[in-house]
Design a protein around this ligand. Sequence first.
Ligand code: PGA
Length: 255
Amino acid sequence: MKPLIAANWKMHKTVAEAEAFCRQIRQMEGQFSGVEVLICPPYTALAAVQKALQGSTIKLGAQNMFWAERGAFTGEIAPSMLRECGVEYVILGHSERRHIFGEDDSLIRKKLAAALSHGLKPILCVGETEEEREEAATERVLEQQLCAALEGLDQGKPGEIVIAYEPVWAIGTGKAAVPADAENAAAWIRQVAARYLPEEDMKALRIQYGGSVTVDNIAEFMALPTIQGALVGGASLEAATFGRLALAAGEAVNR
Ligand code: PGA
């Protein structure tokens, strides 16, 4: 299972900008051995990025979705619509969805189940806020978020789930977690997930670290035994930078 290096563009890039990024990153993709590289553009650029990545090993993901198949849900996007755009992965429960848009654990759980039943690979984001960290509540918060998402999940078939450990205080702040703390959190996540996921899913489970990942610190995270990838925001917006980051991740893995 290769580590997953994912670009989360958030609300950045027009179609033209997304296409330009893809042209540039494709010139480097031959060097991305050892890691799986994923790009998650905004919805409006999904189709263009799919086209621009045809014949490439770089994968396509979405940043969010709704759980229903269709219906009166103004402004929402269904799993099958993502599949039609060639989407393979979908980020769910990102802290910006939880904290800015008020998504709660029960909504995220419905989305997770819907993603799996539509053959999409979910990247489930969990993480504590600064306040929770100061109260030494990190493990409790992670456990609560994971239990709410995974308990009684009727997947039908084993799915490939990715869990991103993203401490909220580290996102977009330039203050990445200390690698040892990320490792402890990932180990805890693995322990809690094992209560709910079948063995095959646990074997395939990758845990990413996210939060102020850069070209300079990616190798430290990739050297951790329980971390298999990164979810990258700010450092994913320029193709040259993200390319170097993916390259550094691959080198750290092959070391
Ligand atoms: P950041 O964002 O790399 O800009 O901190 C990470 C994320 O929100 O996924």
